[in-house]
Design a binder for this molecule. Structure first.
Ligand code: TEU
Ligand code: CA
Length: 557
């Protein structure tokens, strides 16, 4: 194995493809309507069949589920609804036997308010756990500053026992931990070692740039009140803490780490991922998933040249010491096909594969979210009662109950942006509830499960097979991983055509982001250059100068 390719040091996590599981919605094995670890074990063949290398498991820890597990009550226990520690150990062993690594979610900017640390902390000002969280006295003038929770409302909650306020940048049931307290950092490194000693292969780190707070907690300036993450992130000690974390917890193990970089600008990215700094391996940047959001956070239409510009910008922001990620969805975002593709029946499979071809040929470790590999779409919400997400409910109170937004306008926006689109149950078959559960699912299945499900994907639907083929192609050619990226048509409104090249290999990826045929002068002569992959069948002869509706082609030059 050569040490470097195209200037990059080879690492397994740069060459890996990751599959994200949201356990609550993946597979229910016991009919209680909630996905569980045994359900995942039963579906390992589905994951293995894709050819992915790593599974990222969203939180599986003991939690009262104010935010579906992103509020942890005990970092060393498995959520009872998901199973037991024995189930976890079996899942880990089953994945490892299948040649798949497992990373787990590290949610340590905040804990649950039901964590024993917080239960102690709130009891009195001199409790030994008081400084595990961020408390400020009530001076009689309301909350200590104007900070707002990401989930709406003040970021401060006045607490009965002492009359002081505690800080929660997310829900009131998610108090922020005080990372400036070395005891808190020691606890975190300890719990990380607990899971690493079990054999997990790394962590996805929830809102990790928020762990160091800006000194003095100054008010949010007017111009970023709609995007407070740019004040909450990047406190002065965040890099010290991440370097310490690597030394204290990660160094002895062969891990991969990916930080959710909410509030991190492109210019700040190298500070987190430059491999000479000893912090994180990778981060998730939010530009792609914010392409359709206005300054007020609401949905807006988007244009392909702006979307393409993101990848060129990202490529320029990192040198060979930093490694990017690629992702278009996760448990916080709507479905890929409905958002970037075309979810009308005649185009949804083709457009799902245009997005898959992009995801799996970009420079950067690709993350696939469960259900995208079978082309799942957004849920047709018609009523606030159909949602589960605490964020949607908080917004409804803030916007609709106050009379500022009509219910119709609210629902129209949520049908574009809601986090619940991606949290509906995985669609396995045409059985009731898409085969996810024999009971009543915690969140209703998308009514289109008879047409879109994994069984059909295995027989007729091309999406799952296409993902598997694209992953195999990425694994076969180093240029797909390490090759230089160049956009050939940055201004074209419908076509995305780019190359990936090393000294030895070159590929051209040609994607049509529209339902109409698009002439394209840049396509190579197929006599000389093979089409390595396409989302149109070989019998439908390709035109050398035109891409058909939602066509994707990969040429080996
Ligand atoms: O998300 C961070 C976060 O702020 C997102 O909710 C963000 O606002 C949204 O994706 C914008 O599109 C992480 C988790 O991924 C999320 O599920 C949790 O709710 C949140 O942290 C709190 O732990
Ligand atoms: Ca269950």
């Amino acid at each position: 194995m050569t040490e470097t390719i195209n200037g990059y040091t080879r690492r397994w996590w740069k060459e890996a493809v990751v599959y994200q599981i949201y356990p609550r919605s993946f597979m229910d094995s016991n009919g209680d309507g909630i996905g569980d670890l045994r359900g995942i074990i039963d579906k390992v063949p589905h994951i293995k069949g894709l050819g992915v290398d790593v599974v990222w498991l969203s939180p599986h820890f003991d939690s009262p589920n104010a935010d579906n597990g992103y509020d942890i009550r005990d970092y060393r226990q498995v959520m009872a609804e998901f199973g037991t520690m024995a189930d976890f150990d079996e899942l880990l062993a089953t994945l490892h036997d299948a040649g798949i690594r497992l990373i787990v979610d590290l949610v340590v900017n905040h804990s649950s308010d039901e964590h024993v640390w917080f239960a102690e902390s709130r009891t009195s000002r001199d409790n030994p756990y008081r400084d595990y969280y961020i408390w400020r006295p009530d001076d009689g003038n309301g909350p200590p500053n104007n900070w707002t929770s990401i989930f709406t409302g003040s970021a401060w909650q006045k607490d009965e026992a002492t009359g002081d306020y505690y800080l929660h940048l997310f829900a009131t049931k998610q108090p922020d931990l005080n990372w400036d307290n070395p005891a808190v950092r020691g606890e975190v490194y300890d719990l990380m070692r607990f899971w690493l000693d079990k054999g997990v292969d790394g962590f996805r780190m929830d809102v990790i740039p928020f762990i160091s707070k800006v000194p003095g907690l100054p008010d949010l300036p007017e111009d970023i009140r709609a995007k407070p993450q740019f004040l909450y992130a990047n406190g002065p000690r965040v890099h010290d803490y991440l370097q310490e974390m690597r030394r204290e917890a990660l160094e002895p193990y062969d891990t991969m780490t990916v930080g959710e970089a909410f509030g991190v600008t492109l210019a700040q990215t190298p500070l987190f991922v430059d491999d000479r700094r000893g912090e994180l391996d990778m981060i998730f940047q939010f530009d792609t998933v914010e392409i359709d959001r206005g300054a007020d956070g609401k949905w807006k239409s988007w244009f392909l040249p702006d979307f393409k510009a993101i990848f060129a910008r990202h490529d320029a922001a990192l040198d060979t010491h930093g490694w990017p990620t690629a992702f278009f969805s996760n448990h916080d975002n709507p479905r890929i096909v409905s958002r970037y593709g075309d979810d009308r029946p005649q185009w949804r499979e083709k457009s799902a594969l245009v997005m898959a071809a992009l995801l799996l040929t970009l420079k950067g470790t690709p993350f696939i979210y469960q259900g995208d590999e079978i082309g799942m779409t957004n849920y047709p919400f018609t009523d606030i009662a159909q949602f589960d997400d605490l964020w949607v409910k908080g917004m409804w109170r803030q916007e609709v109950d106050s009379g500022r937004v009509t219910p119709e306008a609210f629902l129209a926006n949520q049908n574009k942006v809601s986090r619940d689109h991606s949290r509906t149950p995985m669609q396995w078959s045409s059985a009731p509830n898409g085969g996810f559960t024999t009971g009543t699912p915690w969140l209703a299945a998308n009514p289109n499960f008879p047409e879109i499900n994994a069984d059909r994907a295995a027989e007729t639907n091309e999406v799952y097979r296409g993902y598997a083929e694209l992953i195999a192609l990425r694994h076969a050619y180093p240029a797909m991983v390490y090759g230089d990226y160049a956009d050939l048509l940055p201004d074209h409104p419908h076509l995305f055509v780019f190359t990936r090249r090393t000294a030895d290999e070159s590929f051209m990826i040609a994607l049509n982001f529209s339902a109409d045929a698009q002439p394209c002068e840049r396509l190579p002569d197929t006599g000389a250059h093979a089409i390595s992959w396409s989302n149109y069948s070989a019998s439908e002869a390709p035109d050398a100068s035109t891409l058909r509706g939602w066509e994707a082609r990969i040429y080996k030059l």
